[in-house]
Every structure is written in C-alpha cells, then in structure tokens.
Design a binder for this molecule. Sequence first.
Ligand code: SP5
Ligand code: ZN
Length: 339
Amino acid sequence: MKTFYSEAHRKHDPPFEVFDGGLRVPYLENPDRMDRILNALSKTDWAEVIEPTDFGLDPIYAVHDKDYIDFLASCWTEWLDTDARDKSTLLPSTFALRRHPQKPTSLLGRAGYFMMDLSACIVEGTYHAALASANCALSAAQAVANGERSAFALCRPPGHHAGKDYAAGYCFINNASVAANWLSAGKVALLDIDYHCGNGTQDIFYERNDVLTISIHADPNFEYPHFAGFADEMGAGAGLGFHKNFPLEKGTDNARYLSAVEEALSLIRKFAPKYLVVSAGMDIYAEDPLGTIKVTTDGIREIGRRISALGLPTVIVMEGGYNNDALGRNIIGILGEFK
Ligand code: SP5
Ligand code: ZN
C-alpha cells in the first residue's frame, strides 16, 4: 500500500499544551507517534513509504479561508517580533466567540480569532509541517484517483478539528477534507473514526450534498470538542441530510462501536459515492491516554475489515491516537485489511 509521509513534521514539536485548569503538559501529539508507525510499517511486506507531491495552495484555499491560511503562514515571524516573555509557542489567551466578532488585525487578536483552544500550539515549523501533511493526503487521494484500491496518508499534524477558519485540537489544515474536496468531482463519503468529533470536517462540508460526512465519536456532552458532534446536527441548506454524528458513551466496547460502524456503512452504501476518505484516529483504542472508549486492537482490525468490505477506492488519513506503544500495531491492524 502506498503510504505518503514527509519528514517535515519533525519541526512541529511544541514544548507543551494546556489542559483544563491551566495544566501545562508535554505535547501529546508528538513526533514519536510517526516513528512508531513507520517502524511498524517497515516490518510489513506491503507498505511502500513515498514522499508527497507538492500540490500548491489552491486545494487548501478550496476548503479554508485565505486569511486563516495567511495567518498560519506569517504568525510565527510576527510572534517573534512581539515583546512576549515566553515565545516558545504561540498560544493566545483570549478567544473570539463566533457571535459578532470584529475581524482583528493584531497578531494576538488574529491568533484568538483563528484558534479554538490551547492544544493547537504553533511553533516555527508548524506551517511547513501542516502544508506537507496536507500534501500527503492529496498525494494519497491522487494515488486512489489513479486506480489504487487504497492509499495511506501518514499525516502529522492531524487535521479533522481544523475548520474553515480555525485551528483546534492539534490540527491546522484539515487534511482529510482537503483530500475529499479534491476528489469531489464525483460523490465522496468521509467517515471519521477518531475518538473525538471531527468538528472541522463537519464545519467544512455542512452545507454540501456532494460530500457525505459521518463522524463516530465520544459524546460532546462530556468530551472535547464540546460544541459540535451532537446527533441532531444533520447538515444545513443543500447539505441537510448529508452529515451524520454518532455520539457514543464512555466505555463503549467493540460490539457497540461496531454497531455504529454498521449504521454508518449502510448510509455510505445508500449514498453510493465514488470514493471513500477515512479519518483514522486510533484514540478509540482502550488504552489511549485521551480516550474513554474501549475498542481493542482486534476491534480496530474488525473496523478495517468492515470498511474495506464496502469495496470503495479508499484514502486512509491519519488523525489522532496517543498511546504510542500501541500505535504501530493498531494502524497495521486497520491498514492490513485494505492491502
Ligand atoms: C486529533 C485529535 O485527536 N485531537 C484531540 C485534541 C484533544 N484536545 C483536548 C484535550 C482535553 C484533555 N482532557 C484531559 C483528559 C486526560 N485524561
Ligand atoms: Zn482524537
């Protein structure tokens, strides 16, 4: 299986993130995650790791607002020009609610406007890494458009929390959405199995009927991102009926999770897309430090088997997953069903 991967992610290595209560913790979405996956892939006889192609900015502007991408491009240099005492990561402390915000011009104003939380930390290498990550997703989409049955985008940073005009939850550019939009000359289904709701993907496609978006995740009534992912959010305008959320309770086991997967797959069959994009977060794993869902490695393999049985040309995009010891084995579990 073609796996698109760039070393550019290594320079996106924020020193910390901030949890609820103001607790500074080491950045969970760290470069070691990729090493664990690369190591596991290198032990298979079917994974071929390839550098992504550069698709330029147009496919990114097609899903994100230009002023947001411009902010990502210039904010680090601007941050170094400020008189902040600790410049180790750009992290604002004031955030814009999307009620009647005035578009700010200052750096910290824009940071608070274009960022949703305290885990989308920006450092010098972030923008370059985010572009390379999006190019991995686009390259995997191109491989599938050219006839591959499946391809893997080994993306870091991940993407599914990034909306049209904001970074959130370790995500800056919505890789899976960029790929799905690039493929959307025909109908595309995007299935998000990350533990967290794919709020950014939901935001991007909410009013579109050519991309069916489905997210299976921990109920936002108790889990991040708190403000999206509820069952009654089903799309709007032309997109009404083309978004589906499956909020799940704490402790969800393999059987319950797989029943949500089956419901999602029957919606996809009915939609009859040309391509499938999977936002593959491995934080559904029972031993994940951020998760509360109890899917095992066997469960992850079974999820892969059932998605693969759709028989659709499929782009698998890396999202979250923070139990680094289990990450390689879990990714091999799902990818192995497509090889
Ligand atoms: C891509 C992805 O999986 N992003 C997840 C971002 C989650 N950030 C919010 C973290 C909330 C931390 N709550 C602490 C619970 C520790 N047991
Ligand atoms: Zn997640």
